[in-house]
Design a protein around this ligand. Structure first.
Ligand code: ADP
Ligand code: ZN
Ligand code: ZN
Length: 736
């Protein structure tokens, strides 16, 4: 008997956003494989959940009469393509995070909920052939609004409400009447993504190094090719990206550019919009309103937007014609998602490029050590831009101020103050960089040594003098300032250390006429305040900037010629083995803000360790030598990238509960000769937001071995009963 060509598929395996590492079976009459990737609504317990169909089957391990049917299938958005589902499967396996939760994490929030959120659309009206033939002759002489409306529509083109409204208040009802007569055609299009029309910008001639970079990458169009673009600050990496994107578009592809932070996106979007004035560019980041993000996501998924700029979450955007991925500032820690699916977008980008067989370019002046190592060992190609793109733009001179011999009075040494003074006289801008917001990192008793601490975290409370508050930067806990020591009653409490607000005060006292602007997470909290500040800086309405790393990244302030760095030494004391790597990158980056145009820049670093090799190599702008020294250290002491790590983290009201859980977990792990499981320990910051935290580190020189162990281990972890404990696994953790 011939088999039926279209057998009815009865069971759908559905991804749901649940902390359970399996799919869920539902009855699915009338579905075909074309429905894989579709959004559905299914009953779950007493609720309904949104899920994604991942597979169709004839059988279920559950009795069919126990299975419930899918209640709705949404066909208003395109199904997730098989290729993206495959990437998500891979991520689920690699990060050992439940597949359902992984798949749902990739969707814009609007699509994770049952209410329908609509993408933004624009309705247009057009006088059709019938209307053009009949309308004019039938217009009553005195019908002014109708005549005015006809005057606009008679060109036969599509018009938006905004164009038609001027005809008169009644235009809507007239349009309705004409619709009924069959004269006008109404249609709705997706809203255009880019609101502001940009002034077009022409590509400059590439420098030889830029040209070589573009040639090298575009030659690998249609092949997997991972390359590191190591370009010093100001070397013109953006221009390389723009040219590569152009090439990818010319060959019919879509390009995806990942950037670290939301505050970089408007600037970069403007650059891309100016270069590609006739293209729709999708931007994706978590700060967007839901409907807006959905609109952009759909434009990308439908292939309408050929260029996508976004933060880490954009790495999971469906892109039917994806031909190129670029990760700008690839070393940036914001590419790491720190909760839920803990992924590194840079690594996922490389996986995606490999899967799709396309080039991926990782750009940075200070690559992550892992990336640099991959480029040194030949896993990635290494492309260098060793010079600044603008001929006479020099790298800034970096000088070290020894604060042991020149004690700074109010945080700022006399050398730095006089350097700022000079800039003021010349009408140039200065930037004072400190990685601490608030007034001072702590409030202390001068008698007994008491320091204000967070009750919910193992951390000091930061003094915010302006708001008369003590704030925990880890859990958000806020207290009013105390005026007497709770331990000894002493009334003489002193701020300890410096934050942006305190330096702002020092500068205001010292340079009374100067226009000083503080830029940190507190001063930029209001929406659009940071873009407005950037405008003011570029318009020369600011003399001195005080700020945190927000100021370090990617900005081009042409009149800025001095950068002062305060309290960088803190990172040298850190227990985190990546602290000095981060510090070097940060200082290179913030230093790169000085003297970007033709004016020479200067960087002054206040330090107690002017002889430290980090500062010495920084002074020579020698990333390669610094990276080499770090790699030697890491190799000797057995740290990444020479080993691969995973951390099992547990938190509970009591530390003993968390540690006991980790101990039980450890006992359940299969033993493999080449994977080391360390003993459970309390986390460096043991208490956070009222919970005690412990960790168990796993390490291996062999990534497959580590992965093998984790895969074998996970089911028993999920089966561990642990009501008081919350746990998660962090693969390739950024911090331990
Ligand atoms: P990076 O991102 O590598 O720090 P940018 O892309 O911001 O560097 O470029 C630094 C400056 O050099 C910018 O002002 C840019 O317009 C300019 N620039 C880049 N490439 C060229 C070029 N080929 N010719 C002239 N100017 C260039
Ligand atoms: Zn005291
Ligand atoms: Zn706290």
């Amino acid at each position: 008997m011939p088999s039926a060509p279209h057998t009815l598929i009865r069971i759908a395996q559905i991804a749901l956003d649940l902390p359970i590492p399996r799919l869920f079976d539902y009855l699915a009459p009338d579905l075909t494989t074309a429905d894989i990737g579709c959004r559905v609504r299914v009953p779950f317990g007493r609720k309904y959940l949104i899920g994604i169909i991942l597979q169709l089957d004839h059988n279920s391990t559950h009795a069919h009469d126990k299975l419930k049917p899918i209640t709705a299938i949404y066909r208003d958005t395109p199904p997730l393509p098989a290729e993206l589902l495959q990437l998500l499967r891979f991520c689920s396996q690699y990060y050992h995070y439940p597949l359902g939760a992984t798949v749902l994490a990739a969707l814009p929030t609007a699509l994770r909920r049952a209410q329908s959120v609509h993408a933004r659309t624009i309705t247009t009206w057009q006088l059709n052939a019938l209307g053009l033939a009949q309308c004019e002759a039938r217009l009553p002489t005195r019908a002014l609004v109708q005549r005015a409306l006809f005057a606009v529509l008679r060109d036969g083109a599509t018009h938006r409400a905004a164009d038609l409204a001027a005809s008169g208040k009644a235009y809507r009802s007239i349009l309705r009447a004409w619709l009924t007569l069959g004269w006008v055609t109404q249609s709705s299009q997706p809203a255009p993504l880019n609101i502001q029309p940009a002034t077009p910008d022409l590509a400059p001639n590439l420098t030889p190094a830029q040209r070589a970079a573009v040639t090298q990458v575009s030659a690998r169009h249609g092949h997997f090719y991972a390359a590191l673009l190591h370009g010093i600050t100001g070397s013109g990496k953006t221009e390389v990206y723009l040219h590569l994107v152009t090439t990818a578009l010319e060959r019919g592809g879509q390009a995806l550019l990942l950037v670290p932070e939301i505050n970089l996106t408007p600037q970069l979007t403007a650059v891309f919009q100016a270069r590609f004035p006739n293209l729709e560019i999708a931007t994706l980041h978590s700060g967007m309103a839901e409907a807006e993000r959905l609109t952009h996501w759909l434009a990308a998924a439908q292939g309408r937007a050929r260029i996508v700029l976004g933060t880490r979450l954009a790495v999971f955007t469906p892109l039917p014609d994806l031909a190129l991925i670029i990760v700008d500032e690839e070393h940036d820690s914001s590419f790491h998602q720190q909760d839920g699916l803990r992924y590194a977008a840079r690594d996922v980008a490389v996986m995606r490029a490999q899967q799709r067989r396309i080039p991926v370019l990782l750009g940075s002046a200070t690559p992550a050590l892992e990336t640099w190592h991959n480029a040194q060992t030949g896993r990635y190609a290494l492309i260098s831009l060793p010079q600044r793109a603008i001929a006479d733009a020099q790298l800034p001179a970096i000088r070290l101020i020894d604060t042991r011999s020149n004690r700074p009075a109010d945080g700022l040494s006399s050398q730095l103050l006089s350097a700022i003074e000079q800039r003021l006289e010349r009408g140039q801008q200065s930037l004072v960089f400190i990685n601490r917001r608030g007034y001072a990192p702590t409030l202390m008793c001068t008698e007994c040594g008491w320091g204000a601490a967070c009750t919910r975290c193992s951390a000091r409370l930061v003094l915010h003098l302006r708001d008369q508050q003590l704030r925990c930067h880890h859990c958000g806990h806020v207290e009013r300032i105390v005026h007497a020591c709770p331990d000894c009653g002493n009334l003489d409490l002193k701020p300890g250390g410096f934050g942006t607000q305190r330096l702002e005060d020092t500068l205001t006292r010292r340079f009374s006429g100067a226009r000083i602007l503080r830029v940190d997470r507190d001063s930029t909290r209001a929406k659009n305040s940071w873009p407005a500040m950037q405008q003011a800086i570029r318009a020369n309405e600011v003399d001195i900037l005080v700020g945190t790393q927000l100021l370090a990244k990617g900005h081009d302030f042409p009149n800025l010629t001095l950068v002062g760095v305060i309290n960088a030494d803190n990172a040298l004391y850190s227990t985190d083995f990546r602290a000095s790597e981060r510090l070097f990158a940060q200082l290179m980056q913030v230093g790169g803000r000085a003297g970007r145009a033709s004016m020479a820049g200067e960087v002054l670093i206040q330090t107690e360790f002017p002889g430290h090799h980090l500062y010495q190599l920084l002074q020579r702008h020698d990333y390669a030598a610094f990276a080499a020294s770090l790699l030697r250290e890491r190799e000797t002491s057995g740290f990444p990238p020479f080993v691969y790590q995973a951390v099992l983290r547990a938190e509970a009201p009591q530390i003993d509960t968390a540690l006991a859980f980790l101990q039980r977990a450890k006992a359940l792990a299969p033993t493999l000769p080449n994977v080391t499981l360390f003993d459970p320990t309390p986390a460096t910051m043991q208490r956070k937001a009222g919970l005690e935290r412990g960790l168990l580190l796993l390490q291996s020189a062999n990534r497959q071995a580590l992965q093998g162990l984790l895969t074998a281990w996970m089911p028993s972890l999920h089966a561990l009963k642990s009501s008081a404990v919350r746990w998660h696994l962090d693969v390739d953790p950024l911090e331990i």
